[in-house]
Design a protein around this ligand. Structure first.
Ligand SMILES: N[C@@H](CCC(=O)N[C@@H](CS)C(=O)NCC(=O)O)C(=O)O
Length: 255
């Protein structure tokens, strides 16, 4: 928790319409436009919470700046600072699942309590522990690794296929992962929509495909899913940015 409100990295823009209209103090969203970052811009847009975007260019090493590490010690975005946290005091939060739960509790939206909340937790943690990390590894070994390792590609693509299968079965008789639309869908959607880049055949998963369209048609998801599009150069390809590879893929405890 930030006691006095941590120093913020340079501000880029006020992203939400509600931030300009409302009287609430905006939440600082430390962000780069990747699936994990977009989970939070989507939730903020869905809740119409005012927020300011603080770009963290992870390809250039912004995640190692001391002021960012003060709020996100794992040097990963997203992170937020809510000036109006519990007890009216500022609070900082890292880990996208924890942020989604916090915003759900704060607003009373998309994160029910009781039995329904248990459903949400299971699918939220499933995304955090399985879908996100596995698709991340698929992307890494297929698109970023300079050495093609067939075993790693096959291993993670098989696992991704299995996970899409789990999701497809789950969505066969309900519209959303936890029944009602929730933070679990917001966590899974930005990852699941990238099936093409990861070489997955969506035709094999018709219920996932229908859910991708259902979630993607929500105005809040449309707004939140586009946040930060202008931050990267239009033709940027991390697969070819070897300087970024050094920053992102060579990390160890001691420098
Ligand atoms: N479990 C974390 C994962 C966050 C994460 O991996 N963020 C990546 C971008 S998608 C990042 O900030 N990488 C910076 C780095 O690797 O140094 C969450 O869900 O918040």
């Amino acid at each position: 928790m930030a006691k006095t409100g941590p120093k913020q990295p340079k501000k880029k823009a006020v992203a939400s319409v509600s931030a300009r209209k409302g009287t609430q103090k905006p939440i600082a969203l430390h962000f780069w436009p990747t699936p994990n970052g977009l989970k939070i811009s989507i939730m903020l847009e869905e809740c119409r919470l005012p927020y300011e975007l603080h770009p963290v260019n992870i390809n250039k090493g912004d995640q190692f700046k001391p002021e960012f590490l003060a709020i996100s010690p794992n040097n990963r975005m997203p992170a937020i600072v809510d000036p109006d946290g519990p007890g009216g005091k500022p609070v900082s939060i890292f880990e996208s699942g924890a942020i989604l739960q916090y915003l759900g509790r704060k607003t009373g939206k998309f994160y029910p309590s009781g039995r329904a909340g248990i459903e949400v937790d299971q699918w939220l943690f499933w995304q955090m522990a399985h879908l996100g990390p596995t698709l991340g590894q698929v992307h890494h070994f297929r698109n970023y690794s300079q050495t093609k390792v067939p075993y790693a590609i096959e291993r993670f693509m098989n696992e991704a296929d299995r996970l899409y299968g789990v999701m497809d079965k789950r969505l066969a008789d309900r519209d959303f992962l936890a029944g009602l639309y929730s933070i679990a869908d917001m966590a899974a959607w930005p990852w699941a929509r990238g099936y093409e880049k990861r070489g997955l055949d969506i035709e094999a998963f018709p219920h996932v495909r229908a859910w991708l369209s259902r979630v993607g048609a929500r105005p809040g998801v449309m707004r939140g899913g586009k946040v930060g599009e202008d931050l990267r150069e239009p033709d940027y390809d991390l697969g070819k940015d070897l300087a970024a590879h050094k920053i992102l893929f060579g990390q160890k405890a001691r420098k």
